[in-house]
Design a protein around this ligand. Structure first.
Ligand SMILES: Nc1ncnc2c1ncn2[C@@H]1O[C@H](COP(=O)(O)OP(=O)(O)OP(=O)(O)O)[C@@H](O)[C@H]1O
Length: 207
């Protein structure tokens, strides 16, 4: 169970706005997150990851405290056992596909399975510049899974994929997340695209 009870002041265009989140995410659950642009979805993922610090509250993962404002606990992102798929993919320009995955694990069998999942098995020597937008996006998803994370945070992870690729990837991703027992939070502009994947939702309200 991941428990998030936090407050963060957002620097919104029309002055300040407070983001309040009080929510529990069951282990292995997949939650879709949607709401208007600027409502704080990306910021929420970064708060949970430890890339932005909340002003108040606490975040716990099972019995482990990731963040507690009063107790001044703030585990760095590397200690939170998370995978993150950023909107801009954040790939390494000098690394090829396989090296992206080897960077985080030396389990070659797992790497091969991931390459198969993302249909990148034949492209493993390519660097990001020689991959299409959809291939880059698939690589970002595979990289986030290399450490078999307890929590997977994904920001618009399927936006560059064609409908067929999206449907296939979602089906295989669901099986892998279940196998790993990974909890996932997925931001999407189009909540319908997560039908069949997500089992709960978190809706952000606009200003
Ligand atoms: N580190 C930060 N501290 C305070 N406010 C921030 C920080 N980062 C972003 N914000 C503010 O949070 C607000 C929400 O931005 P955010 O990117 O989270 O929205 P979003 O819901 O993901 O939007 P979109 O759907 O367009 O990606 C913006 O007004 C932004 O200025």
């Amino acid at each position: 169970m991941i428990t998030v009870s936090i407050e963060k002041m957002l620097n919104a265009y029309h002055g300040q706005q407070v983001l309040h989140i009080n929510r529990q995410f069951a282990s292995g659950s997949i939650t879709k997150i949607y709401g208007p642009s600027g409502s704080g979805k990306t910021t929420f993922l970064k708060l949970v990851a430890g890339l932005i610090t909340p002003e108040k509250g606490a975040i716990t993962a099972g019995t482990l405290t990731w963040f507690n404002a009063e107790k001044k606990i703030d585990l760095p992102v590397q200690k939170r056992n998370i995978g993150f798929v950023f909107q801009n993919y954040a790939l390494f320009p000098n690394m090829n596909v396989r090296q992206h995955l080897q960077y985080a694990t030396n389990d070659e069998q797992w790497i091969n399975r991931l390459l198969h999942l993302g249909k990148l098995d034949t492209l493993y020597t390519r660097r990001p510049n020689y991959l299409s937008g959809g291939q880059q996006q698939r690589l970002a998803i595979l990289r986030a899974l290399t450490t078999k994370p307890q929590l997977l945070l994904m920001d618009e992870p399927f936006s560059a994929l064609d409908p067929k690729m999206k449907t296939e990837l979602i089906a295989e991703l669901k099986a892998i997340l279940r196998e790993l027992g990974t909890t996932a939070l997925i931001v999407s502009h189009n909540p319908q695209e997560l039908d069949g994947l997500a089992d709960s939702e978190l809706v952000f309200e606009g200003e």
